[in-house]
Design a protein around this ligand. Structure first.
Ligand SMILES: [Zn+2]
Length: 146
């Protein structure tokens, strides 16, 4: 599949520029451009900008989908569940303490992790030239007949 079908438009080699490799996890943690690692990815809290303000990488077709939310649900659920179990078995507080403790904790962790997780998935999408799934026509030997 030609890389021009990537959701990011032109890659570094096609754009004529040369960029050192950027770790998708570092770029994601800093919410930076997946190609140059210095330009801002967001123009708001979670709104992806139209293009990188440093290297011009097109962000128009970027779509991380529900991926960040799924990872955050699993990670925050794991952390809060085991923290609540630890507090319950160790201190045996009244139930209102759990509500006061874990409600803000869930909100804070979820909102705080959403931005870097979304940026990391976008950077991984760029690194692996991920595109939407499609059915290739003319597939050989996979028409369902023996
Ligand atoms: Zn950039």
């Amino acid at each position: 599949m030609p890389s021009s079908e990537s959701g990011f438009g032109k890659h570094a080699d096609e754009a004529g520029g040369s960029f050192p490799p950027v770790s998708p996890f570092l770029a994601g943690a800093r919410s930076r451009c997946p190609r140059c690692g210095t330009g801002a990815l967001y123009k708001g809290f979670l709104t992806v900008d139209t293009a990188c303000n440093q290297c011009g990488l097109d962000y128009e077709k970027v779509d991380s989908g529900d991926g960040p939310a799924v990872f955050i649900i699993l990670i925050v659920g794991f952390i809060v569940t085991f923290a609540a179990l630890f507090v319950e078995t160790t201190f045996k507080p009244p139930y209102w303490v759990h509500v006061v403790l874990w409600g803000p904790c869930i909100l804070g962790l979820s909102i705080g992790l959403l931005r870097p997780f979304k940026a990391t998935l976008i950077a991984l999408q760029y690194r692996h030239s991920a595109v939407e799934g499609s059915v290739e026509s003319g597939a050989q030997g996979d028409d369902g007949e023996p």
